[in-house]
Design a protein around this ligand. Structure first.
Ligand SMILES: CC(C)(COP(=O)(O)OP(=O)(O)OC[C@H]1O[C@@H](n2cnc3c(N)ncnc32)[C@H](O)[C@@H]1OP(=O)(O)O)[C@@H](O)C(=O)NCCC(=O)NCCS
Length: 165
């Protein structure tokens, strides 16, 4: 479902301050309930492709996925995912949600041609997930980001819409 104010929760604030979850994200570490409320208010105002991932069994909110920004001229969009509920990692939920979002974006009316992403080369589980989904490496920005260990490369990966081949 679309991410919005109904997803405001203490658990979500905790995700955004958890060093393990945000280690490879460009946001987080300074979240309060007020800051999260402001973020979700902004998300609701603009028609962007940003969804909450819920467990089918209990409807629990366990993460988010987005395709943003989207370039409508060249028909590509930038993918991002965060599974906030660590108890649900490694169960295939990120893969399932990603497959749904990719097939939605590759279908009419959006009909994107390509989906891109950037990932820290140290983020092993994310890279494994992306390769499983069919993303291929397109390039690498060397020592692009500062990490606790020093620097890390950013891999640029992409998946193409087969209907354009
Ligand atoms: C990366 C992330 C999205 C993976 O979510 P997930 O729900 O664990 O992913 P899935 O269960 O769908 O697993 C994807 C693959 O990675 C593997 N995997 C999961 N955790 C792993 C780990 N710690 N080490 C190695 N592989 C791992 C899974 O086994 C699976 O591979 P398989 O299908 O061959 O078995 C999640 O860990 C996360 O949100 N991390 C924090 C935010 C983040 O880094 N986002 C990505 C920014 S680019």
């Amino acid at each position: 479902m679309p991410l919005g104010l109904e997803h405001l929760s203490i658990d979500y604030v905790k995700w955004m301050n958890d060093p393990e979850i945000i280690a490879y994200l460009e946001t987080g570490g300074d979240y309060t309930i007020e800051k999260l409320k402001e973020f979700l208010t902004q998300i609701e105002k603009y028609p962007i492709l940003f969804w909450a991932i819920h467990l089918k069994s209990t409807n629990k909110h366990i993460g988010n996925i987005k395709i943003d920004p989207v370039n409508l001229k060249h028909k590509y969009g930038e993918y991002g995912i965060m599974m906030g509920d660590k108890a649900e990692w490694g169960k295939g939920f990120a893969k399932e949600a990603s497959q749904l979002v990719i097939s939605y974006c590759f279908s009419v009316p959006l009909n994107l041609r390509k989906i891109n992403l950037g990932v820290y080369s140290e983020n092993i589980s994310a890279i494994k997930l992306y390769k499983n989904l069919g993303f291929v490496e397109e390039g690498r920005y060397i020592k692009h980001v500062i990490t606790k260990k020093g620097y890390d490369d950013i891999l640029r990966m992409a998946i193409f819409n087969p209907s354009y081949e």
